[in-house]
Design a protein around this ligand. Sequence first.
Ligand code: NDP
Length: 601
Amino acid sequence: MLFRGKMPGVEFDVEALRQKYARERERRLRSDGIEQYVEISGAFAGFANDPWSDPDFTRAPLFDEVDVAIIGAGFGGLLTGARLRELGVQSVRLIDKAADVGGTWYWNRYPGIACDVESYVYMPLLEELGYVPTEKYAKGPEILAHCKSIAEHYDLYRDICLQTEVHEIRWDAEALRWIIATNHGDAIRARFVAMANGYLQKPKLPGIEGIMTFKGHTFHTSRWDYDYTGPDLERLADKRVGIIGTGATAIQCVPHLATAAKELLVFQRTPSTVDVRGNRPTDPAWSESLRNGWQSHRVENFQLLTAGGEAEEDLVDDAWTSIVKKLFVMRQTRVEGMSDEERLRAVELADFAKMEEIRARVDSIVSDPATAEALKPWYGYFCKRPCFHDDYLQSFNRDNVTLVDTKGKGVERITSGGVVADGTEYRIDCLIFATGFEVGTDHSRRTGFEIVGRDELTLTDKWRDGVQTLHGLAVHGFPNCFILSIAQSGFTVNFPYLLDVQARHTAEVIAWALSHDATEVEATVEAETNWVDTVIARSAASADRAKSCTPGYYNREGQANAKTRQGSFFFGAPTEYAEILEASRAQGTPEGFRIRTGIPR
Ligand code: NDP
């Protein structure tokens, strides 16, 4: 039955769907790939200004020394700091360009912001802080408050440098120290550095003709301008608002704009998959019932069920676990004895069935048939980040909301008074860019600074032909430096899980080095090469899928290449990455590193 294109309760023409997906992909492919976006710098720099900081902040430069400097005070930096503190490391300094901790949750404050993975598994250190989120999917302000609580609980505000932009980090081979230069004239010395700069943090703009000629008000969603919109968006009541982009961010803020603005125009290039959310307040009786170890148990259960494993119970039991269970179970137990090709077809069928369900949901909610048709996504479920919302599709039933579907072409032009799509100019007062963040550009471009390692080697040069790391964390030529990156690290849909695995490893290795008078801890060439080869070998299936997926930041806008494949996740069993890291330090001396001891010259 599986291979006749039928799933229980669903029938579809497999060949017709394949062709439709290919056609839709084709019309979105562009020769300029990731070059279609303009960097937020120079004339565009204003789009990245911090709306939440004190613009007049100054402080005296620092020339002191710390054991560990952590660049970035989002979840990655906070977790690294927390795990270091737990291991007794006291001399820790967080450095961030923002005016407070929080990272993603500091910058992104658009209306409707909430986590899209269940808060009980998404928000880290809940047991350590004795906190249970108020909702299944907590909202942004609650998550930001939790970030601040983590910093307070682990005393990470002590010695923190905020509103501090790193300009360069340079290894001093004589002193065996990293020297951190910043916009305050600092030259901070650190024995170890951890880069927790964030995965999706540098906002990007589409390179649409005329973008700078717009005379109305404009901003990016990650720098929401509440001075303009009003705290409850009340100042939009007499405004025609346009929003470009329909990704995970737009899905969350469109319903709020829809109720607040006089008129809302949503400019769409590719529709997202929008599944059921089902948020609800936390049941106090359930909170009361939680016992020691509940969070790590739940996090691991979610990781198992969403990264291809099996578990007897499904603790989270939401749209994430249900779809991934369906797709991966197809690939494993129920189809034992099948050839690889048969398995792939079974997964393809399960994917088609899920997407049919997503498209049927659009029909069941959106009343205008043409609008409903335009809101249907035609690609494999994981070609883009799946979205979940119970009010987004409903917004298009409102009289003041118009979907401007650009049929995969994107916005054509921006004028002084509006946006042109398909030859029609739409006049607006305010234009909001929900156009996401840089992916696939150089590390130094995304972070804004260069890391200069041994023998003047820059990270940009080291990674010119592709990312090279040991475990997605350590880099040969860059001793005592840990880079918490997605590239070459374990697959997950729950990024704080990955950050915690990396933070624990970083903290363990650093604490071990400090207590063993290790002056240099550096990934060996052999260990690094082995890891890179493993990542490449394990990424065959995802590299194939990237070729057939609709363009987006997952597949370098449809131009995935060998370099992209090298920078992919390490694909393995759901908790294999964490286990590899744990095993590598189980014998005491961390494996894969060359370790030097002795007093610095
Ligand atoms: P995305 O990169 O996902 O979306 C950008 C949007 O801009 C896409 O819809 C894209 O269309 C559109 N776009 C780009 N250029 C043009 C153009 N020229 N004309 C018209 N449209 C254009 O960014 P988001 O900020 O939405 O999300 C980024 C990621 O952040 C998510 O994938 C998710 O991982 C994370 N996130 C998580 C949230 C959570 O946990 N709560 C909430 C929000 C974001 P196209 O698809 O055709 O490229």
